[in-house]
Every structure is written in C-alpha cells, then in structure tokens.
Design a protein around this ligand. Structure first.
Ligand code: ZN
Ligand code: ZN
Length: 406
C-alpha cells in the first residue's frame, strides 16, 4: 500500500554562521532532530548552485516544475492568492494603495499602512478601459492585486511605483516594440489616472483626511506577469495534493498548480502564526480526505531572516518543531523537511546558500546524522541535490513511483 507524504517547507530556514553557529544549530527542536536521527539528510540547491531563489520560483522547483519554464512573474501569483480567478492570457500585477499630492509626488507608498482598503478597491473593480476588464482586489493593509483581462495584452511594460517617497509616479512604458506592449502601457496609465480621480474624492479618504491620516488616493501597479499555462500538479505526478500556506503569494502558487490552498484561521505568515492549524489541516487531508501529499509552508523563519533577528529565527524554528509532534507515531507517512532558500540573518535577504533537507519514511536507510541542521545535512547520505530531485524521491519512498524499464 502506498504511503502518505508530508512536505514541510520552512521558509528561508537556511542560514550562515554567527558566533560559530546557525539558528538551526542553536534551536531546541527535539522532533526535527528525531526525524533527522531516524531519517536521511542532504543539502539542496533549490534551483541551482549560487542562484538566489525567490519563494515563488523555489516552491515551483520543490514541486518538481522547472521555474525557468513556468515562472512568469509575481503579479499573477499575488492575484491568484488574493482570490481572483485568473485565466491564461490575463496580465496580473501587485499593487499598492499609496498617497500622492496633486502633482502625483509620492507622500507615502503605503498610505499610512491603511487597515482596510477593500472599499477603495471595490470603487475601481470591474471597470472597463479600451475594452479591457479591470479586476482589483485589496489584500492585506495597503496591498492588493490587479488583473487586466482582454485581447492583445502584454506583460512587457514598466512599473508605475518609483519605490521612493518624494519621487513622482512613473509613467508606464512598453518594454518592446509590439503593439500589445504599447496598448497595455496605455491602459495601465489610464487606470492609474482613473484610480486617482475616483479615490481622491472617495468618502473613506475624506474621512481619513479629517482624522489626519494620509488618503489612499492612487493605485500603483508593479511586477506585471502573464498568467502561465502550468500543468496541474495532479496530472504531473498522478497524486492528490493540498498546499497549505499563510501568505497570498504562495497560496496563489499552489492554486496555479491546481492544488487547493485553504485560508486557515490563525495561519498568518507572521510571527504570531499558529502552525498547529496547518498540520491539523494537513493530517485531515491525508487521513480523512484520502489525500496523497500535503505541502506546508511556514513563513515566519524567513520573516526573522529579513528582520536580521537571530533569536527570533531560533524561536520560530522551535515553534515550527511543535508541528512534528503530531506525526512521529505515523507508520505510513513519508516526511520531508527543507527550506525554499536561505535567508541569513547576517544578510537580511535571500542568499544562494543551499538548504538542509531531511527525508523520513518507514524503513528508510539512515545516515548517522543526529540533528537537523545545515552542517549535518551536508554530511548526510543524500549528498548535494537540486530542488526538483525531491519529488521523485518522495514518490519512490511512498511507493507511488513506477519502474523505469523492465
Ligand atoms: Zn521563501
Ligand atoms: Zn523572503
């Protein structure tokens, strides 16, 4: 009988040494260490050696896709994660609700981190510009996602967001000579103008101005990308999966691959996240809903890396460790724990350092390593592999793979 698979991605977990040790080496994590001691470890170049992965491209690779073929930018993923039903051919963007003065000079890129921009998005959502449908959804705080739907569109255009206070909003320009790029740039410029005209007088902004808060009076799109055709995960591997994540970008990625990516209460993607709701959902999917593989992304380790906070990263690793208490007694479960990339606290951003991987399955060959860490993983029995090597190994360990040849 084939086994179930639990694939946990501790976002940005890999690190470099500070005072001789990495956060993984300092963290007290008895469950992950138990899995390491009874499993086999290796070190993973998630995309390829030295390539610095984004979370999105890294997860594609971990799911067995070639990110160089399947990745078309962050915009469409954010849109999908925001709950917009994107279609192949749509152009997706990330957007900010921002504050500008009457000359369109940026006063606040985040409009005072406005709590709820949904009424503003609703005032713009659904309009048409030159026969193209505008779909706009607010997500968290000042963030949102924009989709253009229509004929003859291109993602080869520049951003409107100058990324700096005191600078003017940028005119969107085509990046190539095609009529599609020119037309799309024009439509986005018209949309930005419309957003200002409508939002500057919106009652919510009038109210904010009365309270001395910056009005969210313009929408700035960036990171355009064409919605790709991605073979569904179930077609690709012939198994039934779920993708559990707290942040919209990764939920969007899961949904692109055709996997359900549920919105779970308490799974925030931040330091306050509750990983237990994720593991409970994963186990329910595997054992009550006849699922084959559950992906879980745990984002807080990456957040601590970006915050350059060593202690916080240790604390988040220890928090994630609690999840595995729920699975140690399972006799028919294959477990993979890895990262999507390193986010060293000494750098404050992603790096190309490979990440540790541990695989655990009933009767798996062990390798003599005792703790889950970068250093011990590098001495482990799996050696040094690529991100896309993991799925075939999980298929084999769970007895779902087929023989190659006779
Ligand atoms: Zn990541
Ligand atoms: Zn990150």
């Amino acid at each position: 009988m084939s086994k179930k698979i639990l694939f946990v991605i501790l976002d940005g977990v890999g690190d470099r040494v500070l005072n001789g040790r990495t956060p993984l080496e300092v963290a007290v994590k008895p469950n992950m260490d138990f899995i390491a001691k009874n499993g086999v470890q290796g070190i993973v170049d998630v995309i390829s050696p030295g390539v610095i992965p984004g979370s999105d491209t890294a997860h594609l690779s971990l799911m067995g896709y070639d990110p160089y073929k399947s990745y078309t930018g962050r915009g469409p993923l954010e849109a999908m994660g925001a709950g917009i039903e994107v279609k192949p051919g749509d152009i997706g963007f990330r957007v900010n609700f921002a504050t500008v003065d009457e000359n369109w000079i940026i006063k606040d890129r985040r409009a005072g981190r406005i709590k709820d921009a949904r009424p503003l998005a609703e005032a713009l959502d659904g309009m048409e510009i030159d026969g193209v449908k505008i779909i706009l959804k607010a997500t968290v705080e000042h963030r949102g996602a924009l989709v253009l739907r229509g004929e003859g569109l291109s993602d080869k255009i520049t951003d409107a967001d100058p990324h700096e206070v005191g600078k003017p909003v940028l005119e969107v320009k085509p990046l190539d000579d095609t009529p599609e790029a020119k037309r799309t740039a024009e439509i986005v410029n018209k949309f930005i103008r419309k957003s200002y005209e409508i939002l500057k007088d919106h009652p919510l902004n009038k109210e904010r101005e009365k309270q001395g808060l910056p009005p969210a009076n313009i929408v700035l799109p960036r990171g355009p990308g064409k919605v790709p055709h991605l073979q569904s995960f179930e077609d690709k591997w012939g198994i039934k999966g779920i993708f559990i994540a707290g942040v919209a970008l990764l939920k969007g990625l899961g949904r692109f691959a055709g996997l359900p990516a549920p919105d779970l209460e308490g799974a925030t993607g931040g330091y306050d996240t509750n990983p237990m709701v994720k593991i409970e959902r994963a186990l329910k999917f595997l054992y009550e809903e006849d699922g084959d593989i559950a992906f879980i992304n745990f984002k807080a380790t990456d957040v601590a890396g970006h915050d350059m906070n060593f202690e916080k990263k240790v604390e988040m690793i220890e928090k994630a460790d609690k999840m595995f208490e729920m699975v140690l007694d399972k006799k028919d479960l294959v477990i993979a724990i890895t990262g999507d990339h390193s986010t060293p606290v000494t750098k404050g951003d992603h790096s190309g350092d490979p990440v540790p991987l541990v695989l655990y399955a009933p009767n798996i060959r062990t390798d003599g390593t005792l703790h889950f860490s970068e250093r011990e993983a590098a001495m482990g029995g799996l050696g040094r592999i690529r991100g896309f090597d993991i799925m075939p190994m999980l298929m084999d360990l769970s007895d779902k793979a087929h023989k190659f040849g006779a």
